[in-house]
Design a protein around this ligand. Structure first.
Ligand SMILES: Nc1ncnc2c1ncn2[C@@H]1O[C@H](COP(=O)(O)OP(=O)(O)OP(=O)(O)O)[C@@H](O)[C@H]1O
Length: 555
């Protein structure tokens, strides 16, 4: 879809009005020029009537042009607003695996860079529309002055356009390459910003990171330069087209037909009229092509997000909720999950896994690095849909239609957790309770809760995790999931987590699934599930530690 299609579709009934106003503005513009031209040819006739018309044409131009420009800007901004809202909604609906496949860079780029490009193009596209109308009127004026001159003009314009299109053919590919290069640059820059501290410690790393960023910036410069050169050359080509026309009128036409000097000078003035509109059209064309490309990229992102969407990733009135907050046994039956393959590398997979977790049970998932603990937890919490087998909760299979309702029963702190700027989802919470939890987590004086947010989030890693724990406790859902929560806590808090917090959650009937490496606290679990190479190696009782069942892939 082009930007013109998009605007036309959105303008609906106003289309005719906009087109009429653009035509009025173009006509008024042409009439001003024609009036000035004839006044210059015959100054004795340029009286009060001509001046009155001059003022009327200018007033018409101002009113009509203002309407067209403002409405087009409003329409484009409204379209962009809706695109942004739609993308945010689609990101929300996307499943984690699809979101991970797309990556944040592409979403940032499309929502910011491409939207800015389209926004900037609104005025230029309006100008192209108006200038094209003025151009048409100016050509008609020339036809009225002399038909042979018009025929010559039509021929040259047709030849110019054919050349212009043939030269613009590679433009689409070039702009696609530009978008790809922008993502590479963005990724490289993000690497530097995220690895800021690591870069500070190594001159070699710093210069290599810089070299990579410089390389992608150079690539961006080269592709952008190539595209702009092509646009510039097309602009020069269009100007040359007019020079050729002026030359044909001045040197060729008088040799082949009888033309009066005054008619010839009017014709030349008429052709000069074309100059402004032609420049407007040709210089606005790159913005038109770029915005079309930007729209195509946004559409491609939306398609990817649609593919990544679950049936009910955001619970709404149509989403199923078979549990209504009542948790039953969580049962994984022959569950498998496989990551998508990337760059020919083998994809990690877990399972088939069999496990039942009773309501109110504390289960630790343990095992070496990369054994698949976090992956299994993501499947158990409905973040990754199993690629095989079934996940049942209270006897009901977790499917895309009801997974959102299942997730509403879970509060989770993953190892790469995020603290939101506002306490989203907790707005209106009892502030006294928050204050008590801040004291309990020894965060009083470090941060406080005011209105809808915690005043400070720039705390130490352990403190940030304690703040995330406060959010989790405030959410107070039937299932608590902790992915190595205690890893960054001091011994005192680590003991508090395992020996006080988890038992108190159990006492309140909560189910706890915790990924842990703290083997001295394994006794605090009801059961300890050990994973190895994506499989369950053993399931043991936590407190006594004798093997309840010791079998591969089974309870
Ligand atoms: N988003 C992803 N895309 C593709 N593969 C992934 C992704 N996340 C993890 N993996 C792969 O899955 C494997 C298991 O990762 P996982 O995070 O589940 O391990 P873990 O047992 O939690 O490890 P750790 O103790 O180090 O946290 C890793 O070896 C990694 O290669």
């Amino acid at each position: 879809m082009t930007i013109v299609d998009l605007i036309f579709k959105d303008a609906k009934a106003e289309r005719g009005k906009i087109f009429f106003a653009a035509t009025a503005a173009g006509l008024a513009n042409t009439l001003v020029l024609m009036l000035v031209n004839s006044a210059a040819q015959a100054p004795e006739k340029a009286g009060a009537r001509a001046f009155f018309l001059f003022v009327v044409f200018i007033a018409t131009y101002v009113l009509a042009a203002r309407y067209v420009f403002h409405r087009m800007t409003d329409i484009v901004e409204e379209i962009l607003y809706r695109i942004k809202c739609r993308i945010v909604e689609k990101v929300e609906r996307a499943e984690l695996s699809g979101f991970e496949r797309i990556g944040a860079s592409e979403i940032y780029d499309r929502v910011t860079e491409n939207a800015t490009m389209i926004s900037g193009a609104a005025g230029l596209v309006t100008n192209v529309l108006q200038q094209a109308i003025i151009f048409t009127f100016a050509v008609l004026y020339i036809a009225w002055l002399s038909f042979p001159a018009f025929a010559l003009l039509a021929l040259l314009i047709a030849a110019g356009l054919a050349l212009y299109w043939s030269r613009s053919e590679g433009m689409g590919d070039l702009l696609k390459a530009l978008a790809r290069t922008r993502l590479t640059f963005f990724d490289a820059l993000t690497d530097l910003l995220k690895g800021f501290k690591e870069v500070k410690f190594s001159q070699a790393r710093s210069s290599q990171v810089r070299a990579d960023i410089t390389q992608s910036a150079a690539l961006l410069r080269d592709v952008s330069r190539k595209a702009n050169h092509l646009f510039d050359e097309n602009f020069i080509l269009a100007s040359c087209n007019l020079f050729v026309l002026l030359g044909a009128l001045a040197f060729v036409l008088p040799r082949h037909m009888q033309v009066e000097a005054s008619a010839l000078s009017k014709l030349i003035a008429g052709v000069m009229f074309l100059w402004g509109p032609l420049q407007g059209v040709v210089s606005g064309y790159p913005a038109y092509v770029r915005s079309n490309q930007a729209i195509a990229e946004i559409e491609a992102l939306e398609r990817k997000l649609d593919e990544a969407a679950g049936a009910a990733a955001v619970p709404d009135e149509h989403g199923e909720d078979p549990w209504k907050g009542n948790l039953g046994v969580i049962e994984a039956r022959d569950v498998t999950y496989e990551y998508p393959r990337a760059n020919g590398d083998g994809a990690f997979h877990i399972g088939p896994l069999n496990l039942s977790i009773q309501p109110g049970e504390i289960v630790f998932i343990v095992g070496g690095n990369g054994s698949g603990k976090s992956t299994f937890v993501k499947v158990l919490t409905g973040l990754y849909p199993p690629t095989g087998g079934t996940l049942r909760v209270g006897g009901v299979e977790v499917r895309s239609e009801n997974v959102a309702a299942y997730r509403e029963m879970i509060t989770a702190i993953f190892s790469d957790f995020h603290l939101f700027a506002k306490a989203y989802g907790l707005i209106g919470i009892d502030e006294g309770l928050v204050r008590r939890l801040l004291v309990q987590m020894q965060l009083e004086g470090k941060t406080s809760f005011e209105g809808d947010r915690f005043t400070r989030r720039d705390l130490s890693t352990g403190q940030r995790k304690r703040l995330a724990m406060i959010v989790s406790l405030l959410e107070d859902r039937p299932i608590f999931v902790f992915d190595e929560w205690a890893a960054d806590q001091d011994p005192e808090f680590r003991a508090y987590f395992y020996e006080e917090l988890l038992p108190s959650l159990k006492q309140r009937g909560k189910t706890v699934i915790a990924v842990s490496h703290d083997d001295r606290y394994f006794r605090c679990a009801d059961r300890v599930i050990t994973m190895e190479l994506g499989m369950i190696r053993s399931i043991e009782a936590g407190s006594s530690r004798p093997a309840l069942v010791k079998s591969m892939n089974a309870e």
